[in-house]
Design a protein around this ligand. Sequence first.
Ligand code: AGP
Length: 607
Amino acid sequence: MCGIVGVIGRANAAECLVDGLKRLEYRGYDSAGIATLVNGQIERRRAPGKIANLAAKVQAEPIGGTVGIGHTRWATHGVPTESNAHPHSNGRVAVVHNGIIENFQELRSELERKGHTFSSDTDTEVVVHLVTEYLDQGFKAEEAVFQALRRLDGAFALAIMIAARPDMLVGARKGPPMAVGYGKGEMYIGSDALALAPMTNRISYLEDGDWVIITPEGAVVRNQTGQQVERKIIKSSVTGALAGKGEYRHFMLKEIYEQPQALGDTLRTHYNPAAQSITLAEMPFDLKDIDRVTAVACGTAYYACLVAKYWIEMIAKVPVDVDVGSEFRYREPPLSKKGLGLFVSQSGETADTLVPLRYCKTQGQRILSVVNVPESTIARESDAILPTLAGPEIGVASTKAFTTQLMALACLAISFGKARGTIDSAAEARLSSALLTVPSRVADVLHLDASIRLIAEELAEARDVLYLGRGSSYPIALEGALKLKEISYIHAEGYAAGELKHGPIALIDEKVPVVVIAPSDFLFDKSLSNIEQVIARGGRVILISDEQGIKRAGRLASHSICMPTVDPFVVPIIATIPVQLLAYHTAVLRGTDVDQPRNLAKSVTVE
Ligand code: AGP
């Protein structure tokens, strides 16, 4: 959503803040800014757009100081102009903020009545004036902050700097994450360990309601009642190296090509080659006792849950309910007493996924999450996690995180079937051997990159695109449409192919390319009739199939992408690669910002 960072006791605070923000840019990049304290004065540098714009400004107009705060913004209130860029300050108090303050209008009116003058349209600025108000009422700095925090409704992570107190910074968390970094004679606060990794790997995480006073000597954490609490300091595994693009033009392409490695790493966590079996890490519950699964996620991660539904129901014969977090959190459905809550999230910080997790906990569900950040909030609030070993995913559009989520979920489905006795060891060996072929089959599809780039030229001219799939390929049709939408800005829709005749077929004409994902499985004949329906109406089909499927239907398609023939179990993972590459090359042809598409953020930590 947004990224915040704070440092104290650091000689070159400004440079350190900009460096930390570069590691947080994936959280939002509408504007960025820093503020430091120089001889009791708050000095600010802010710029619209990306961190590079801020870095240039700081280089052109350097600022000193050994204490400061920084912010990279994904706009929620106020258009992304410099005046709305964080840090917000009135000269006495400076604040950076991630999240949404829900009662900011009421607070702003109250403060304006007390004579405070606002200079931005943001919700954040009320914190500046609220802390100032309590300082003016005579509260000590720490107490003034505490009183202000108690007035705020909503979800927020804050870093606060007070001009009169160069010896301290305050951090606060109510919803979006906040980490505290421990250095030697220097201390840090930030949205996550990635931002602090270049300075330290000694990290503790604030819990909801916590606020922290950091000084160069250390940190004092208090909870929402003001009582001092201890938060464990861990050695973070997050690396400081800001993954470069290497020889790739974009992070997204690099991460697409990292998938064979990431998939192999993720499988290896659970696969026993000698026994050709899958063994998940110890969990504090037994899968055999589970009689229903509730899977909740957002965006691409939600599509991973849809694929998992097919797998778990087919292999373990356990019913799986799937919903997007933003709907589930307000439905609060009745749940089985012997139910499993399954949460999938690359960042592990998505608010629309975290709130349903907490609801499921209140309903006595066992909580299992599939995350790419083992130290994330969702991971820490789960009973057990299945890690995706994708490594940091910098491109905002999820690629390797998605396919490794599928790999982890496929391992879960096999373990589920084993635990419930719905598959025998021969079936387990077949399914796990199919998973073992995935990394090299994905590498085979990556060799089709050049031909897929040529097909993208057709998509790049389109205004609307349809993606069709059946069975476990249907969620991949949805994912393909989302990939195209979010990075090329072309309107695209994914549909269950059988639904075409119930309405969407009205869209078909020669201007609407239709991407059909149709492996030569038991549903192929049905997909073939869909292709014929499209052709009969002058539509153009881009067929993603295998050798047998293309032999039967390739003549009808304007383009075909021939995937390797694989066990039907793993088709969803393999079929993902062509739709990723189609979206990528289409976006490049349209000249959009592939790694940081407009209006998007990598991790949405507010609702
Ligand atoms: C993926 O391409 C999107 N950027 C987005 O839908 C993402 O999958 C969604 O926001 C969920 O994020 P999470 O996996 O970090 O929870």
